[in-house]
Design a protein around this ligand. Structure first.
Ligand code: SF4
Length: 412
């Protein structure tokens, strides 16, 4: 097969994903063409909703069948609106399809047939995964997919079963990269492996406080403001453990980046959380940077949290005026703190609007609104549009992690 597969990523993880897909297709004997002429189909690989416009551009630029895959393709009801077929899951079974008829007939391929039992393709040919250079001195290598933790909000961990590359292959990839003078990043969600000696490491906070760590920056997910919500939604991190981490980063002289999700708990819960951090930092003023990052919550299909989407409450979402206020408060106790501001609720509403859209009209409306959403919509308008555009009625999906079978859950 000859595929037109436009590459529009400038670097980083998306560039690497393109490289993995293109390598698998070439190894299976397909040709990747930079031009449309003589091709059998156009391919689009979408990571997330922010790339949907690329799919629209590809669809409008050709009369060839358009097949969309990538992480976003799990949202097949949305992706099909600007495609002829959606490939759900990994690329390796797709690469084995010798013609379009085989692609269309495969259980991982969605073509708007409501009666088809969809089964996401979960087979990864780890031996065929390449080391990909993504910058002059940096390469990526695929270490694992999915995650054992299964936090209730985490799309990746509910759409992919947890699977790891072998340590032998990872070691070999390190040697290959070193031989080419490249620093290798092993990409994955699991935090217990050696991340190839990078100076920035992603860890679970509980691991950081009990292990010696050789790094300059540690990134951890705290996620929620209260112990109760953290325990229920993902990682049961206690206040004592937060305090232990602050003391340890002082001893280690390591900077930390803490990720949080706002929009779920009441604002007062986060005000109390910031007060608690102020007390901890007053007792143990940190010398290395503590960087607090905040993301406003998006309710995503497949996750258990998606069942609560009707209770989305814009008054719980924060913007830069709130993070600025928290920064000013924290600065009274430490000069080594940074506070990142999240995208406002209107952006989150647009992301949900596109992702949950089941008609072209819904997609077009939300894509239009997503051009500068905070100017087009007030908080209240964005909230009402989410409800009135009908996207929240998109039914809950579930994937059987062993078989890949996708089922539609009855509403409770
Ligand atoms: S630990 Fe991180 S990657 Fe794993 S399920 Fe939780 S949020 Fe997702």
């Amino acid at each position: 097969m000859r595929y037109w597969f436009p590459q529009y990523y400038k670097g980083g993880a998306r560039f690497y994903t393109y490289h993995v897909v293109a390598t698998a297709l070439r190894k299976a004997g397909h040709e990747i063409s930079p031009v449309l002429d003589g091709c059998d189909a156009a391919l689009a690989s979408l990571c997330d909703v922010t790339e949907y416009r690329e799919l629209v551009r590809i669809k409008r630029s050709t009369s060839l069948p358009v097949i969309v895959g990538g992480h976003y393709a799990f949202n097949y009801w949305s992706a099909i609106q600007y495609a002829d077929a959606v490939w759900i899951g990994e690329v390796f079974d797709f690469a084995d399809c010798a013609d379009l008829a085989s692609v269309w007939a495969h259980p991982a391929c969605y073509t708007s047939d409501p009666g088809k039992q969809l089964i996401a393709s979960t087979r990864i040919d780890w031996a065929a995964v390449p080391v990909g250079q993504i910058a002059p001195r940096k390469a990526y290598y695929w270490g694992s997919v999915g995650c054992r933790n299964k936090c209730r909000f985490c799309f990746t961990s509910w759409t992919h079963r947890h699977e790891c590359n072998s340590q032998a292959r990872v070691r070999k990839a390190c040697q290959v990269a070193a031989g080419r003078g490249l620093h290798l990043m092993v990409v994955g969600n699991e935090f217990d492996g050696d991340q190839a000696g990078g100076r920035t490491r992603d860890m679970l906070l509980v691991d950081y406080i009990r292990e010696p760590v050789d790094a300059t920056m540690i990134r951890v997910g705290i996620e929620f403001a209260t112990e109760e919500t953290r325990a229920r939604m993902g990682k049961p991190i206690t206040e004592d453990q937060l305090y232990a981490a602050i003391q340890k980063m002082n001893r280690d002289r390591i900077s930390m980046r803490w990720f949080h999700i706002t929009g779920y708990e009441a604002l007062e819960d986060y005000e109390r959380y910031i007060d608690t951090l102020c007390v901890m930092l007053a007792r143990h003023p940190n010398r290395a940077i503590l960087h607090l990052m905040f993301n406003n919550l998006q309710y995503q299909n497949y996750t258990p949290l998606y069942r609560e989407r009707m209770s989305v409450d814009p008054s719980r979402y924060i913007d830069r005026t709130v993070t600025k206020r928290w920064y000013d408060r924290l600065r009274q106790y430490t000069s080594s703190v940074l506070v990142g501001a999240p995208s406002p609720f209107q952006h989150v509403a647009c992301r949900m609007g596109v992702e949950l859209a089941q008609t072209k009209e819904q997609i077009d409306y939300w894509l239009h609104m997503s051009k500068d959403p905070a100017h087009r919509l007030t908080l209240d308008q964005a909230h009402r549009a989410l409800r009135s555009s009908g996207v929240l009625t998109c039914p809950q999906r579930r994937i059987n992690p062993l078989t890949g079978a996708i089922t539609v859950e009855p509403e409770r």
